[in-house]
Design a protein around this ligand. Structure first.
Ligand code: X8Z
Ligand code: ZN
Length: 578
């Protein structure tokens, strides 16, 4: 061991961590102000703060190559490797290009957040939330198509900025030695980028048959609702009929897809609205869940500083997010909460992020992240899988005589939310990876988008979508530069986590009926994983919670096994696939 060199690394890393902590706090604060009050000024301040953070990170990452890895401790080696991977966006070192890039991202996000459309029969333009409500509730194909097409127009204005952003982001990633920005994103999983591609492919193959069965059943029932002229017996399903702007989850369709003869079901949205639940009370329910498994209540500053409702007097970024402003205890969420069952779940998702952030706050700065980004997205969802009828009854949101759907109905509801999501979660970055690698050029953005979506999701847009449109731009994470494969991974991991937590809690019975509410054993197991942050490779973190070292869909398949058998019966005689 050469101690002199090793302590050289130590001193360097110490300087890196204090510098990046300071710049990250500044960027977080500027981003928060921008996201909760969009204006030319806040946009400019946020862009500049991000350009400073990215600039210093790139500089330090380049400097770090001075230290030959063999002379450092394993912890130092890991930090040096993570430094290069710390950000989702790397700008070129030229300061004017760096600021151009961060301004482009802020401008794309603003354009997305300001998107409006006047629905058929209305007189005023409305926002994405209102259009999403139409997608969820209307059963009139013309109304649905109008709301869908109206929202997707937002992509047009984003296309030129996106094209330039791809160029500049790639230039930055190459300066740090990555082939392109997609390869940089794929390098964040403690394995070579190509191995990661094979890994997600393997997981997709594990769940593909179940998605295909669900797709077949849904197409059959939608055909019965809308007629063969609207929903043909074979081929892809029209995207505007699936109850969600991106057809990424189909739970809005449950009322028309429910198993024949299912009991009239308990409706959580009605229960919440009936009680005049406020946005803050919605968040209190979720907080109490985390507290019940032994985690601390949220700090007072969370309640003082979070944004829980859409302000009336200004533009904000409404897409839900959880924040770690100072990388200590200033955690917050930003969300335009609606009193719905869907947002009840999303709140658990967001608090999962906050509880993770808080648990790893004692790690050194470079380890204050989740094991990989799929872990961050899976924690709150895993907890929300414990929102069972029994749990809702226990906390008094359901009455003892409320009638819930039978196991098949409950599983179908969950599948419409979680299984429907899988191909979408997979497709977004399958497409973006090929854009960043240059395999897909700007002249074919839209055609290839729909080819990808059709291949994996088996859906098709209403009407022709030419290259004047930019339909990927109508999904938040594309204009906002948020990698998306994390959500695909999370939708698999959350069932793996749930199974482990249920076992730790000692709860018997089928996975879909099990809740870890009130279990300190489950909470302690979860916390062990959360506290590791990114200090160890992700298989170690996975093992701490589950005893397993591989991501694996067997938890998900076990959870849905009764539904799989039921779907196969329903689909008999029906042509599967598209
Ligand atoms: O973006 C989110 C969260 C914030 S991290 C609300 N999700 C993805 C989406 O909305 O598209 C959660 C599930 C997928
Ligand atoms: Zn999230």
């Amino acid at each position: 061991m050469n101690e002199g060199l090793s302590s050289g690394v130590g001193a360097f890393l110490h300087q890196v961590e204090s510098r990046l902590l300071e710049l990250s706090r500044e960027a977080q604060r500027a981003d928060w102000v921008y996201s909760t009050y969009i204006s030319p000024d806040s946009e400019s301040l946020a862009s500049r703060a991000n350009a400073r953070l990215i600039g210093s990170t790139v500089e330090l990452a380049k400097e770090s190559t001075r230290f030959p890895g063999v002379r450092s401790s394993p912890e130092e080696k890991r930090k040096l490797a993570l430094l290069r991977l710390a950000l989702p966006l790397i700008a070129p070192s030229d300061p004017s290009e760096s600021e151009e890039l961060t301004s482009l991202v802020a401008a794309m996000q603003s354009a997305y957040s300001k998107g409006r459309h006047t629905p058929l029969g209305a007189t005023e333009p409305v926002d994405l939330q209102a259009l999403s409500r139409i997608l969820r509730e209307s059963r009139d194909p013309a109304t649905l198509e109008d709301a869908w097409t109206g929202w997707y127009r937002v992509g047009r204005g984003i296309r030129p900025a996106f094209t330039r952003y791809v160029e500049l982001a790639n230039r930055g990633s190459r300066e740090l030695g990555f082939t392109d920005t997609g390869a940089m994103w794929r390098s964040k999983y403690d394995m070579p980028p190509d191995a990661f591609s094979s890994e997600v492919e393997r997981l997709w193959e594990q769940v593909r048959p179940l998605y295909r069965s669900l797709h077949t059943y849904v197409r059959k029932r939608l055909r019965a609702t809308y007629g063969e002229a609207v929903v043909p017996a074979e081929g892809p399903i029209p995207a505007h009929l699936l109850g969600n702007m991106w057809a990424q989850s189909w739970n809005g369709l449950y009322p028309i897809l429910a198993p024949p003869g299912a009991p009239s079901e308990f409706d959580l949205t009605n229960a919440l609205v009936g009680r005049k639940t406020t946005p803050e009370e919605m968040v209190r329910y979720a907080e109490r869940f985390f507290v019940s498994i032994g985690l601390d209540p949220l700090p007072a500053s969370f309640w003082e500083r979070s944004m829980l409702s859409r302000p009336r007097d200004r533009e904000v970024v409404c897409h839900a997010s959880a924040w770690d402003i100072d990388f200590a205890d200033d955690i917050r969420i930003k969300m335009c909460i609606e009193i719905t069952a869907e947002d009840f779940q999303v709140i658990h998702h967001e608090l999962g992020h906050n509880y993770y952030q808080r648990a790893y706050a004692r790690q050194p700065f470079l380890f204050r992240e989740s094991a990989h980004d799929g872990f961050h997205e899976a924690v709150g969802d895993a907890v929300a899988l414990s929102i069972t009828p029994e749990y809702l009854t226990r906390i008094g949101l359901a009455a003892a005589d409320d009638r819930f759907p039978d196991a098949t109905g409950l599983l179908l509801q969950r599948a419409l939310e979680k299984i429907a999501f899988l191909p979408f979660g997979f497709a977004v970055d399958r497409w973006r990876w090929r854009v960043f690698s240059g395999e897909i050029g700007p002249a074919e953005y839209n055609r290839t988008w729909w080819e990808t979506v059709r291949e994996y999701q088996g859906i098709t847009p209403p009407g022709e979508r030419g290259e004047a449109e930019f339909d990927p731009g109508a999904k938040y994470h594309v204009p906002s530069n948020v990698p998306y494969m994390r959500y695909f991974l999370a939708h698999i991991l959350q069932f793996q986590f749930h199974r482990a937590l249920v076992r730790a809690a000692g709860v018997a019975g089928p996975l879909h009926a099990a809740s870890i509410y009130g279990s300190h054993e489950a909470g302690a197991r979860l916390r062990t994983m959360l506290e590791l942050g990114q200090s160890r490779e992700w298989p170690d973190a996975l093992e701490a919670l589950t005893g397993e070292r591989r991501m694996d869909a067997s938890g998900l398949l076990e959870y849905f096994e009764p539904l799989r058998r039921w779907l196969d019966e329903q689909n008999r005689g029906e042509r599967a696939g598209w």
